[in-house]
Each structure stands twice: as C-alpha cells, then as structure tokens.
Design a protein around this ligand. Structure first.
Ligand code: COA
Length: 322
C-alpha cells in the first residue's frame, strides 16, 4: 500500500515587519484593540517588487533541504494562493522556473485560506494513485496587495508569507485522511469583489480589495473548524485525546481558542503563530507547521490535525502522522 508522508517543511516571512503600533500611526486603531480582538501583534509585508512566487521559492528551498532531496526529484508542484503573481500563468510554473526545474506538472489551487489543505488533498491523492513519488506543496500569499490600507476593519488582520512541504511516497502511513468542503452561498461575506472576468471597476476608490463581514465570518469559522475536526476524528476512529497537536488556520486567536475548546484540546497542544504574522491565508498552516517542527514541538510519529477555513466558504482538514 502506498501512502504519502511529509518528509520536509519550510517557511518564509518577508523582512519588513509592521507592528500594531506602526498601524496606530496610519489609521484609527490601537495595539490594545487589535491584540484583544485578534491576538495579532505584528505582520510581515513583502517589499516592493517581491512577489508571491519569491516568498514561495524561499519556503520551498527550505523544505527541499529538510527532505534531503534534489529539485529534479520533484514530480509535481502545487501552489495554494489567492494572490498569484499574475492572472496567468500559474504561480506554480513561476516557482518551478525560479527553482531551476522544468518538465514536472505545476498548477495553482485557489481555495483562499483553506488552499493549503486543498492542495495537500490533491497531492496526497496524486501520490497514492501512483501519479508521482515526490510533490512540492506550497501555500504562499502577498495579501498586503489586496488589503485596503484605509479600512481598519480588515487591514489589521492580514500579512504576507509562505510555507511549504515535501510530500513523498512511502509504505508507512503519513497523511491518514484529508477532507474538503465548500459552500458558495456565503461568497459575499468575505471576498474581493472584482476580477479578470467580472471586470475591474476603475472608477471605484476602493480598487480590488478584501471586503468582509467580520462578525458573520467569525461565527462561520468557529463552526467550520468544529465540524471538520469532528468529521475527521470520527472518520478515523480517533479520540481528541489521541491527538498530539492541532495546527489550525491562523486567522484570529479568539477563533483558535473557541475551536480548541470545542475540540477539548488544551492550548498547550495547539500551534499558534498568528500573533507573529497575522492571517497569511493559504500560507498560515504550513508556516505554523514548519515553525513547530523546527522548534521541536512537533516530532516524528506524532498525530497532527490540520484544520482550515476560508472564503468561499471553504473548509478542510488533514489528519497525519508526522
Ligand atoms: N481598530 C479599532 N476599532 C476597530 C477596528 C480597528 N482595527 N476595527 C473595527 N473597529 C471598531 C468597529 O468600528 C466597532 O466600533 P463601533 O462599536 O463604534 O461601531 C467596534 O470596533 C467593534 O467592531 P466589531 O466588528 O463588532 O468587532 P469584533 O469584536 O467583531 O471584531 C473582527 C472584529 C474582525 C476582529 C472579528 O469579527 C473577526 O475576527 N472576524 C473574523 C475575521 C477573519 O478571521 N477573517 C478571515 C477568515 S479566513
């Protein structure tokens, strides 16, 4: 039986740090309000000219090193992103070129903040059905480009970053199961209402920026994380007490705490990095995973649940033995 297993992780945050105190100087907000409502202290912002593919390549190089493989070993590159470098080609193709690779398949997955879990689902199935032996899965975003920096209700929440994993074929169980869901009826609660096909309204002052109903999204997010966790544990006959770690989408500390409480997971077994980099959408789960692997919290053989939710709405999970 062939399984897929994470053999290396990597991540990257741009150099420029914008703290809550920095934001106090440009908009009517406060460090206290942002920390109380979200747990966020700072976010990293890509430099001018630094694109999603640049961030992705840094994370990918770390993951490739950690897995001890060569770029030429990669059979498929999947990039989860909401902020591609260009409308086309796929950012995955740009990443492929920048890594010095050619020939293997490369495409993007767009499931907003659930993108990494969706990409992992595709990559795991690709390996298990014999499509390839080694897949590079990346979540990378430059959300700062689609944030309206004059809208305090959204600007304080988001940041830029990238995380990556190498997934490889193995006969030991790694990824145990993945689960993905979507409900397009709630599209307008969280969206960028412009785009290539719908058109860009050049007359609107706002431009192509994130719009959100924060309260409604908050409730949906907690519910989605709760239901996906229950579905995943029940589907695998695993009790919440068997889990070593929960790695949730890093959107808001209050959402993470509520979801962990419902799952009866003590916060000591929940990986939290949102304070350091805010919501980096598709990058947030692989970033948190890499940070916890590198600081020694997540160890080989441990049982880890990844849980995501995002615009769409989309939500999903992966249960894995690291
Ligand atoms: N600084 C200071 N005050 C702010 C502010 C900011 N950055 N943003 C909003 N406010 C104000 C509001 O204007 C409002 O003022 P009012 O009472 O005078 O009208 C007040 O704070 C409360 O706003 P509200 O929206 O009710 O706050 P909240 O407690 O619901 O928190 C969010 C707002 C956005 C932090 C919260 O709804 C949330 O986290 N939602 C989920 C967002 C998310 O994770 N999205 C991504 C999903 S992938």
């Amino acid at each position: 039986m062939t399984y897929s297993r994470i053999t290396g992780t990597g991540s990257y945050l741009p150099e420029k740090v914008v703290t809550n105190h920095d934001l106090e100087k440009t908009m009517e907000t406060s460090d206290q309000w942002i920390r109380d409502r979200t747990g966020i202290k700072r976010r990293h912002i890509a430099a001018d000219g630094e694109t999603t593919s640049d961030l992705a390549v840094h994370a990918a190089e770390q993951a490739i090193d950690a897995a001890g493989i060569k770029v030429d070993d990669i059979d498929l590159i999947v990039v989860a992103t909401t902020t591609p470098d260009k409308i086309f080609p796929a950012t995955a193709c740009t990443v492929q070129r920048k890594l010095g690779s050619s020939g293997c398949g490369a495409f993007d997955v767009q499931a907003v903040c659930s993108g990494f879990v969706y990409a992992l689902d595709v990559a795991d199935r690709h390996i298990r059905t014999g499509g390839g032996k080694t897949v590079l899965v990346i979540g990378a975003e430059t959300l700062s480009r689609i944030v309206d920096w004059e809208d305090r209700t959204t600007a304080v929440l988001f940041g830029d970053g990238a995380g990556a994993v190498i997934l490889q074929a193995t006969d030991e169980q790694g990824i145990i199961s993945t689960h993905i869901h979507s409900d397009g009826r709630h599209e307008e609660l969280l969206h960028v209402p412009q785009g290539a096909s719908q058109g860009y309204d050049q007359t609107r002052a706002g431009g192509a920026y994130i719009q959100m109903n924060g309260n409604a999204v908050f409730r949906k997010a907690v519910g989605a994380l709760d239901s996906i966790s229950r579905e995943t544990l029940a589907g695998n006959n695993v009790a919440h007490g068997d889990l070593d770690w929960l790695v949730p989408h890093q959107a808001n500390m209050r959402i993470i705490t509520a979801a962990a409480n419902k799952l009866r997971m003590p916060l000591e077994r929940v990986i939290v990095t949102v304070d350091e980099h805010a919501n980096t959408s598709a990058a947030s789960i692989p970033l948190a995973l890499d940070i916890a692997v590198r600081d020694g919290r997540i160890k080989r053989g441990q049982l880890v649940l990844l849980g995501a939710f995002g615009a769409g709405f989309t939500w999903g999970s992966a249960l894995l033995r690291y």
